[in-house]
Design a protein around this ligand. Structure first.
Ligand SMILES: Cc1ncc(COP(=O)(O)O)c(C=O)c1O
Length: 413
């Protein structure tokens, strides 16, 4: 049996998911109707997630809150902070829930994402990706002008000079962190002297204020097996710590040393000097993350719950051994492992076709579906899925409690 099918089976057992009888051919409230119903926070509206027009993106509030609480309590036990990455949820409501639980700020991946967060009340933002074109540099400094809590990352001396010129032109001094490469050569400046020299330049430039560094090891997050992940992470981050120490020793302001993610959140406090983790996926989890294994469960990463699902409707049941649904690649992406059908066993889901999902039954399938019936799938990879929807439904039990705009949806520039 493959690791993934084993993990899925174990996951379904661990989640205690039972086959439910579901209401079937309901009319299906559209996204626009739902926005209207819930516009005034009307708690008397009583719509079940099974009554939504599909595909519909849903977040289970009990599970989401448990994830947020677990991260907050782990951080407080481990003596570091969280600066969660909003690239995962793109939703100011969730960013605010993170801030309310003690996060020191949020991260964004793109300046447009940062603008959307700021416009919706989040004012402590670290933009982890560099801006290299005049348009984007200008946009970042415009945002800094309005939002004193905005911090921009840079990874080259030329870029730092351009940022400084733009800041001076606007009459501001912008907070900047140096992005240090953990050894994956994607973004960031190399460890040691190059990072130190860049930090010193930032510190000296008239438009910039050096506030620390970030070092996010993307390659560490999905390493399978907790002990392997831990050993690799801590070994690779030694050079980041050394670099941070060099910055400190040269008298620079080192208030921020940010890094780490969902896969390493309970490892990162052992990286000397690290001040906060940029955790993203933990709010939702997904099929990719659950298969990496955790400290408590070697096969299933069960520290956090899979709170994000897609409701989908069966369109065709005429063929032996399978059914076709309305959530394909445009609703679920083509990321793999494929989405997992929640609460059922003995069947798999594929979203490789643009408009259609394929449900394939094995001999021991817990049920089959008829046309018009709905099913719920756990997402494959949360970040790109969220980016496909304008709103998510916040669900308690089966009831839709709120409709949350995904304000930074599509903000990839
Ligand atoms: C720079 C940066 N920080 C943090 C994260 C969050 O990682 P995760 O979703 O694994 O928690 C990401 C995700 O890709 C990232 O690119």
């Amino acid at each position: 049996m493959s690791r993934n099918s084993l993990s899925r089976r174990r996951f379904l057992q661990a989640s205690g998911a039972a086959a439910l009888w579901l209401p079937t051919s309901v009319a299906g409230y559209t996204a626009a109707e739902m926005r209207q119903f819930y516009a005034n926070g009307e708690m008397s509206v009583n719509v079940s997630k099974w009554e939504l027009d599909t595909p519909a993106l849903c977040v289970d509030l009990d599970l989401l809150e448990a994830n947020l609480d677990r991260m907050a309590s782990t951080m407080s036990t481990n003596g570091i902070a969280s600066r969660p990455h909003a690239k995962t949820h793109k939703c100011p409501t969730i960013a605010q829930m993170q801030m309310d639980r003690g996060s020191v700020g949020i991260c964004t991946a793109k300046v447009s994402e940062a603008e959307a967060m700021f416009q919706n009340g989040i004012d402590n933002i670290l933009n982890t990706t560099g801006n290299v074109t005049p348009t984007k540099i200008n946009r970042a400094m415009n945002l800094r002008q309005q939002c004193p809590g905005f911090i921009q990352a840079t990874d080259s001396q030329d870029n730092a000079r351009l940022l400084s010129e733009a800041a001076v032109a606007k009459g501001i001094i912008a907070d900047v962190v140096v992005d240090v490469d953990p050894g994956i050569r994607r973004t960031g400046t190399p460890f040691g002297q190059p990072a130190l020299q860049l930090a010193q330049l930032v510190d000296q430039l008239p438009g910039l204020n050096f506030v620390g560094m970030l070092c996010y090891d993307a390659a560490a997050q999905h390493v399978v097996g907790f002990e392997t992940r831990k050993a690799q992470t801590l070994e690779r981050m030694v050079q980041a710590t050394d670099t941070f120490e060099m910055m400190k020793a040269s008298g620079l302001n080192t208030e921020i040393f940010s890094g780490g993610g969902t896969g390493t959140y309970n490892i990162d406090h052992d990286t000397k000097g690290l001040t906060d983790v940029q955790v993203g996926s933990y709010v939702f989890m997904d099929a990719q993350y659950i298969s990496i294994g955790g400290e408590e469960d070697n096969e299933v990463y069960s520290d956090f719950h899979t709170s994000l699902t897609i409701m989908t409707t069966v369109l065709n049941d005429q063929y032996e051994g399978k059914a076709t649904s309305d959530a394909g690649a445009k609703a679920c992406t083509i990321n793999q492992p494929w989405p997992i059908i929640k609460g059922e066993t003995g069947m798999s889901y594929r979203s490789g076709s643009d408009e259609f999902g394929t449900i394939t039954y094995q001999e021991d399938a817990s049920r089959t579906y008829k046309v018009g019936e709905k099913l719920e799938v756990i997402v494959s990879h949360c970040d790109p899925v969220v980016n496909l929807y304008d709103q998510m439904y916040a669900i308690r039990g089966d009831k839709v409690e709120a409709v949350w705009p995904i304000s930074a949806r599509g903000m990839s520039a």
